[in-house]
Design a protein around this ligand. Structure first.
Ligand SMILES: *Cc1c(COP(=O)(O)O)cnc(C)c1O
Length: 382
């Protein structure tokens, strides 16, 4: 190999936009921390997973189909698409299944972005948008977030700034509602006006990974209800969060059928595995598990918010299953201290939030573990 400019000669041979990418940093796995510290019983509140686990019916479906994994899955996901179409009151042809919704985001980038084509997203937005955009040579068109002292959505998405960032290069807008890692959201009227203001040949992706955690009474948009009005709208959702199937990797997009047709052309033939297809169908048929999870989360949000306030801290507003907590100083040492207490949370410096830690809402006991570990760490670092 010839020597290039980096220490990895293969990196010099990679597609040039790929050279500038850094790998996505996931939450630290529990086993890894337990191995490193030689401890047991660590708690992970780092990846917004469902603390109740999967629905019992999803588990049962996986067991029932485990003996069939020598067979390829249904590449068209017929049964799951039928179930989703009915659940969401949309046409089967509107649905694109993915290996997690991250896969769908990647399909969108591969199909509609590429060199010279831009994607608009906000500062502090989900990390997969810049990765998927840059991996195909697209241009990241970053919009500044709302200021830290915004009275309603501090550090939330600034729709006016996002609209201004759209220019003739823009092909896609990515927007998570609620957003991860901030937890902030945009309301119905504002989002509707934003989408209506976009040129009709710019696709807008509304990522609703956390929508099932949102209380139905609030003025929160369900973007799927606007699909008939906006042919350039793509709504993505996942079974990883409230349905508790993150380890199986299954998510989907709902869009105009002609947009779905394009996504389907770049999709790998068997991108959703057989057990995931079965478990997702079963999860969808268990609204009780979803309801229980939502209620646990609501109580947990309150518990953690009150707990950190007692410690003199505050968090950004959140409608998700996590809180983005302002440590009011560099958060990395607090993260490290929490690890030593056996509690894994998520540093978000790579999201432009070096003073914040994101903590997922767990069971009442896990939340209490986090709060007491945080107290110990804060006291010992005085
Ligand atoms: C967790 C998350 C997803 C879901 O990812 P999967 O690939 O479906 O597991 C998508 N978008 C956002 C904003 C998320 O936080």
């Amino acid at each position: 190999m010839s020597q290039g400019t980096s220490s990895n000669p293969w990196l010099d041979l990679a597609f040039s936009p790929v050279r500038g990418l850094s790998p996505y940093v996931p939450g630290k796995p529990i086993e890894e921390l337990e191995r490193e510290l030689g401890i047991q019983g660590a708690v992970k509140l780092a990846s917004n997973e469902n603390p109740l686990g999967p629905s019992p019916s999803a588990l049962e479906a996986m067991r029932a189909h485990a003996g069939a994994v020598h067979l390829y899955p249904d590449g068209n996901g017929f049964k799951l698409k039928q179930a989703l179409a009915q659940h969401l009151s949309v046409a089967v042809e509107a649905i694109t299944l993915g290996n997690g919704s991250n896969d769908v985001l990647d399909l969108i980038a591969r199909a509609f972005l590429g060199e010279g084509r831009g994607a608009v997203f906000s500062e502090h937005a989900f990390a997969v948008y810049p990765i998927s955009t840059q991996a195909v040579g697209g241009i990241a068109q970053l919009a500044k977030a709302l200021p830290a002292d915004d009275p309603e959505q501090p550090r939330g998405h600034d729709l006016a700034a996002m609209r201004r960032a759209v220019d003739e290069r823009t092909r896609v807008v990515f927007l998570a509602n609620p957003n991860n890692p901030t937890g902030t959201w945009v309301e119905k009227g504002a989002l509707h006006g934003f989408i209506a203001s976009l040129p009709q040949d710019v696709l807008v992706v509304v990522d609703e990974a956390y929508i099932e955690f949102v209380d139905e009474e609030s003025d929160f948009p369900n973007a799927i209800s606007w699909l008939a009005e906006f042919p350039n709208l793509i709504v993505t959702r996942t079974f990883s969060k409230i349905h508790g199937l993150a380890g199986l990797r299954v998510g989907y997009a709902v869009s105009h059928p002609q947009v779905a047709d394009v996504l389907n052309r770049v999709r790998q033939p068997f991108n959703v595995n057989l057990l995931a297809l079965e478990a997702a169908c079963a999860a969808l048929a268990d609204p009780e598990h979803v309801r229980r999870t939502r209620e646990l989360n609501r109580a947990g949000l309150r518990q953690v918010r009150e707990g950190i306030e007692t410690l003199g801290l505050s968090a950004l507003p959140s409608l998700g299953n996590f809180l983005c907590i302002d440590m009011k100083r560099p958060a990395q040492p607090i993260y490290d201290g929490l690890l030593r207490q056996g509690v894994i949370v998520r540093p978000v410096a790579n999201y432009g939030l070096p003073d914040f830690l994101r903590v997922s809402i767990g069971t009442e006991e896990e939340n209490a573990r986090f709060l007491s570990a945080l107290r110990v760490v804060l006291e010992s670092s005085r």
